[in-house]
Design a protein. Structure first.
Length: 148
């Protein structure tokens, strides 16, 4: 007769595996028994008038009426005066040989790219100019640039 294939080590591993499974089932039953669960109301969270989460529903007397047509989405409309005259700025850098440069807007202090194709007359560094802005492939570009 041959020796049994079950060694002491295999028996111990099997006992540990069965013990682990049994412990897991016991914990699962304990969680089920002790869980409150409950109704939908116990799981709800509300947002108060300050934007904080709370357990209590908001007070209907503090509710504000919002008219949907008063909500502006997007960029605010520019004044007609600003559209007609365009923007004013100072040429901070311009390279004649490469045909591009940058204009610093006097109102917003942002730099706007300008290409030689967007010029109506020749400009140089430190010139005061008026220009309009259009969206290009890589950002905002100055077009219709004129010296002041």
């Amino acid at each position: 007769m041959g020796k049994s294939q079950e060694t002491f080590n295999k028996k111990e591993k099997e006992k540990k595996r069965l013990k682990k499974r049994q412990d897991k089932l016991v914990k699962k039953d304990e969680r089920r028994a002790s869980s409150e669960g409950g109704s939908l109301e116990s799981m709800m969270a509300y947002v108060d008038e300050h934007g904080n989460l709370s357990d209590t529903p908001p007070d209907p007397t503090k509710k504000k009426k919002v008219i949907a047509s008063n909500i502006e989405i997007g960029i605010p409309k520019r004044d007609e005066e600003e559209q007609a005259t365009g923007r004013q700025g100072k040429v901070t850098y311009f390279n004649d040989s490469k045909g591009y440069g940058f204009i610093k807007d006097l109102m917003t202090q942002e730099n706007v790219f300008v290409h030689v194709n967007g010029l109506t007359e020749q400009i140089q560094e430190n010139d005061m100019v008026t220009f309009e802005v259009e969206r290009g492939l890589k950002g905002m570009n100055a077009v219709r640039v004129k010296k002041v």
